[in-house]
Design a protein around this ligand. Structure first.
Ligand code: NAP
Length: 284
């Protein structure tokens, strides 16, 4: 495993396992499988409704807690100092742990300054080891780092070969924030797993499209957390440290970038309507 060093000196595995859209029923089994494959970093969120499954796996896996790296995220409905503070305690209870390795503000909406202050106090109290954000596009990111209470250790944003976040990564680097990818396979959109460029480059190394795509991000210094409910795919996605893409191959993959989201834009007002309704439980 390779690690990145966060801005407070803490080391984080560059490859982890994400559990978005893993059902609460399946989550414990999936995380136990992932840990048995070798993953030590697990990414969940209050909004995934599966923190308890992650917690059960933490307790049952047999790997000491200090060898695991657990990330969760405060959801918009818990924004603001008081609610966020209570939600952090609730996440700790569900995760069956005394501390969260990395705690993120899930979305840049609502009273996220209040959330941030709650997270800083949680860090001081030893409940959190590192604090970060998610889905902060360059404008909101700049606003937060220039006017906010501290520089986030991590910003988790949609990052894959079709939306490479090259500019965003440059800006984060200036301030010492680690970029972390969500959706490293774009959840399969845009015929991801049959992409000809990734296929032909991967074939040269005896690697799959998924492995080639992850390797590309890892070589750019991007933390990745691919999700799969299948143990054989978890193994495949973990097996990305025994080959190197050449400069020419990296440049070829760089041409796949469209500079646009394959999901939704956080600049789109209807997206904010959706999140507002979701947070009120209206379209869960
Ligand atoms: P993803 O990892 O890009 O793609 C997951 C999809 O790819 C699933 O359909 C999975 O199917 C399939 N897959 C996985 N490995 C494969 C392989 N080797 N070959 C073929 N298909 C494969 O999508 P994601 O889950 O959205 O993103 C990863 C993690 O990022 C999430 O789990 C979550 O932790 C985080 N995330 C965060 C945010 C945020 O707002 N911060 C948003 C989205 C995601 P099977 O499961 O059936 O194998």
């Amino acid at each position: 495993m390779e690690y990145v060093k966060l801005n407070n000196g803490i080391e984080m595995p560059i490859l982890g396992y994400g559990v978005y859209q893993v059902s609460p029923e399946e989550c414990e089994r999936c995380v136990l499988d992932a840990i048995s494959v070798g993953y030590r970093s697990i990414d969940t969120a209050q909004a995934y409704y599966n923190e308890e499954g992650v917690g059960n796996a933490i307790v049952k896996c047999g790997v000491p807690r200090n060898k695991l790296f657990i990330t969760t995220k405060v959801w918009i409905s818990n924004a603001g100092y008081e609610k966020a503070s209570a939600s952090i305690d609730e996440s700790l209870r569900k995760l069956k742990t005394d501390y969260i390795d990395l705690l993120l503000i899930h979305q840049p909406f609502g009273d996220y300054y209040g959330t941030y202050r709650a997270m800083i106090d949680a860090e001081k109290a030893g409940k959190v080891r590192a604090i970060g954000i998610s889905n902060f596009y360059p404008d909101r990111y700049k606003d937060l780092v220039e006017f906010g209470p501290m520089i986030p250790a991590v910003n988790q944003v949609e990052t894959h070969v079709f939306n490479q976040q090259v500019e965003a990564q440059k800006i984060m680097k200036q301030y010492g924030t680690q970029i972390m990818s969500w959706g490293p396979f774009a959840e399969g959109r845009n015929d991801f797993f049959t992409n000809e460029v990734l296929k032909s480059i991967g074939a040269r190394h005896g690697k799959s499209v998924a492995q080639t795509a992850l390797r590309f991000l890892i070589q750019r210094g991007v933390v990745v957390i691919p999700k799969s409910t299948h143990i054989e795919r978890m193994r495949e996605n973990f097996d990305v440290f025994d080959f190197n893409l050449s400069e020419e191959e990296m440049a070829q993959i760089a041409t796949l970038d469209t500079g646009k989201s394959l999901f939704f834009s956080h600049y789109d007002p209807s997206m904010i309507d959706f999140l507002a309704k979701y947070s009120k439980g209206e379209n869960k």
